[in-house]
Write a protein that binds this ligand. Structure first.
Ligand SMILES: Nc1ncnc2c1ncn2[C@@H]1O[C@H](COP(=O)(O)OP(=O)(O)O)[C@@H](O)[C@H]1O
Ligand SMILES: [Mg+2]
Length: 411
């Protein structure tokens, strides 16, 4: 015989348990909904997304529907993570993966850096993957600003050191070359000693050119700044640049008609363009394109936040891009240092970009390099905009072409 009372009790207990369970579910749901980290829930076997919390939806700007029923590598922000599929496999095997810093892109194109941790666990005999996604964009940004500041302080220190040495060395060279001249005057042309003195003279001249580059890097050059129209300067150099880089490389220009004026030493700016062009040439042994671009640019506070040293204001930008081999991030952090070169012994001096750096800095400007391996390189030079009419610079380049022999015009 059934005991109605017992039944009632049992169902009451069931009801309590259900209530407790649903209360606990609601609590977890609330955690999920209000978490200040992104959370994704995936089916452990298929990898299909079954749930996404509002934080992640907001962070990446993609609607919830774009997530549900898809795999990670199907949806926008994760699509470019080449290893997404491989990572899923790894997760299946190890049941845990973690990325310290995963760069993603929100729907608006805004870049987001996240820390990404996934775990696999079992619920009701089913495998579930939970991905926790923390927004570390602000922290990454702060780190980058610190790193840039450290870089520019390092360049400052290296500049002082190099400048000090170059200065003293230059004085000593003056003495060596002076006596060389005297000796040459006293030795008859047919005398065999004459050749030796000429060798000393030649080596001295090269040493002087090197110290000159070091002086440029440490901003101790004598500049003759004029008010310049960079478009005119670029146009005037085209023929010379073409000769410098050879036939396999094309030059394209995109010069803004209403370009602002800058105040700089035209010879130095030409030197800058030549050094950049020589490097671009070296990066494109199989040919390619060099693009020279000018533009008016406002560097505002947001830019200053990224590059701590930048004074906000109006600038003229001169950019040179190539379609060459590009650089990895390690190389990029060293390019402006004197004597940094990845070229074979005798091919590069590592002084081209440090010279450029010094010239730009001494002219009150900034230079930045952007590159990725296999994706070409862009150098952007910003010079402060000034008022006034451009002073006339000779129609053609003021630099003699390839006057020096051996290692080319620059480092
Ligand atoms: N356009 C470029 N593409 C790829 N790498 C470049 C480019 N410009 C500079 N580099 C890198 O920066 C290094 C330093 O350049 P630079 O100071 O001109 O010295 P050098 O040309 O004598 O090596 C180069 O050796 C090269 O590794
Ligand atoms: Mg060079």
């Amino acid at each position: 015989m059934e005991d109605p009372l017992k039944d009632d009790l049992a169902s009451a207990r069931n009801g309590e348990a259900e209530a407790a369970l649903s209360a606990s579910e609601a609590r977890y749901r609330r955690l999920f909904e209000t978490a200040q980290d992104g959370i994704l829930i995936l089916d452990g076997d298929s990898g299909l997304i079954t749930d996404v919390n509002p934080f992640l939806v907001n962070l990446l700007d993609y609607p919830r529907e774009d997530f549900i029923g898809r795999t990670l590598w199907d949806i926008g922000p994760f699509r470019h993570i080449e290893a997404s599929k491989a990572a899923f496999q790894e997760l299946q095997d190890k049941e845990y993966i973690r990325y310290e810093n995963l760069p993603l892109e929100a729907k608006s194109g805004r870049r987001v850096n996240v820390e990404f941790v996934s775990n696999v666990y079992g619920v009701d005999r089913k495998r579930v993957i939970q991905c926790n996604i923390r927004d570390i964009t602000a922290r990454k940004h702060a780190e980058q600003v610190d790193e840039r500041l450290r870089q520019s302080q390092k360049m400052e220190a290296v500049g002082q050191l190099a400048g000090g040495i170059a200065h003293d060395f230059n004085n000593l060279l003056g003495v060596i070359m002076g006596y060389c001249d005297l000796l040459e005057g006293q030795i008859a042309p047919e005398d065999s000693k004459r050749r030796m003195v000429e060798h000393i003279h030649h080596a001295g001249t090269r040493a002087a050119a090197l110290t000159q580059q070091l002086l440029a890097f440490s901003r101790r050059q004598v500049l003759r700044p004029l008010v310049l129209d960079l478009n005119r300067l670029v146009t005037g150099m085209e023929t010379m640049l073409r000769r410098l880089i050879g036939e396999r490389i094309e030059i394209a220009t995109s010069l803004l008609p209403d370009l602002g004026r800058v105040k700089a030493d035209p010879t130095q700016i030409e030197q800058t363009l030549m050094n950049l062009a020589v490097n671009a040439r070296d990066a494109m042994p199989g040919g390619g394109t060099i693009t020279i671009e000018t533009a008016n640019v406002e560097l505002d506070d947001s830019h200053a936040r990224e590059h701590a040293e930048v004074k906000p204001g109006s600038y003229v930008m001169l950019a040179m891009s190539d379609t060459g081999v590009g650089m990895d991030s390690e190389t990029l952090t060293h390019v402006f240092e004197p004597f940094f070169t990845t070229k074979q012994l005798g091919k590069g001096t590592g002084l081209g970009l440090s010279t450029v750096y010094g010239i730009v800095k001494q002219s009150g400007g900034y230079i930045y390099a952007y590159s990725e391996p296999g994706r070409g390189t862009t150098f952007k030079v910003y010079l402060p905009c000034v008022e006034g009419e451009a002073e006339v610079v000779k129609g053609e380049a003021t630099l003699p072409i390839l006057r020096r022999t051996g290692d080319g015009p620059v480092g």
